[in-house]
Write a protein that binds this ligand. Structure first.
Ligand code: PEP
Length: 244
């Protein structure tokens, strides 16, 4: 199956940085992978225009569950789609930890993404304390079970396994540890969604860089990567894509 490689720019990027997205599109060639970039909300529309007609999709990093209303500062799934996004990252650990997002809220946001025709990328992952307590599989499969509504069956979506302790730290799990969690996620997806759960790509995220991408992407059940810091520079991101 085609790998999916998605860049998460987080709260980085001004209009001058759109050249990096253009360079990614220009450098892709006929790469047999799907590629997306999720810039801050302020750049979604301009990046969508800049990348129109290329192989690079654009996505949001979060959305509100409601379509519109008195929610100062928030952006809805419909607004992201209207700005040209086709993807949206949901349940990122920085939102779960920093904004108290629960699995139930993430599931509501997934429903919103589907309503707006966006492909959700739903993030799950354990903290270091949870891993050291031997609870990584239980935590991650619980997040999968509670964050993924039944409405996902038959719709395009992805799950991203992002161990919290590996995000932005330079630390990565071993390929055996990645394969173990991805296998547990796959089993949970099938239990929850049946056939639809057997097909959805499971991305790995957490300190992916050009030097480790090929090994991580070759691990069993790794269907792609969600990339933070190394997606900000086209040369690094293309190096990761080349490892797919
Ligand atoms: C992320 O935040 O989704 C992420 C994977 O970050 P990094 O690649 O910088 O660890």
């Amino acid at each position: 199956m085609q790998k999916l490689i998605v860049g998460n720019w987080k709260m980085n990027g001004l209009s001058a940085d759109l050249v990096e997205a253009e360079a990614v599109a220009a450098g892709l060639g006929d790469a047999a992978v799907r590629v997306g970039i999720c810039p801050p909300a302020t750049l979604v529309e301009r990046m969508s225009r800049t990348l129109a007609g290329t192989l690079v999709a654009v996505g949001g990093q979060d959305c509100r569950a409601e379509a519109s209303g008195a929610f100062t500062g928030d952006v809805s799934a419909e607004m992201l789609a209207d700005a040209g996004a086709t993807l949206v990252i949901l349940g990122h650990s920085e939102r779960r930890a920093g904004f108290g997002e629960t699995d139930a809220l993430v599931a509501a946001k997934v429903e919103a993404a589907l309503r707006a025709g966006l492909e959700p990328i739903v993030c799950v992952g354990e903290t270091l304390a949870e891993r050291e307590a031997g609870r990584a599989i239980a935590v991650v499969t619980g997040q999968v079970r509670r964050s993924l509504p039944a409405a996902l069956a038959g719709r395009p979506f992805a799950v991203a396994y992002e161990p919290v302790w590996a995000i932005g730290t330079g630390l990565t799990p071993t390929t055996d540890q990645i394969a173990e969690i991805h296998a547990a996620i796959r089993a949970e997806l099938v239990a929850v969604l049946g056939d639809a759960g057997a097909r959805a790509p499971i991305l790995y995220g957490g300190s992916v860089k050009p030097a480790n991408a090929a090994e991580i992407l070759a691990a069993a059940e790794v269907g792609g990567a969600l990339v933070g810091g190394a997606s900000l520079k086209a040369s690094d991101f293309l190096g990761i894509i080349a490892g797919a």
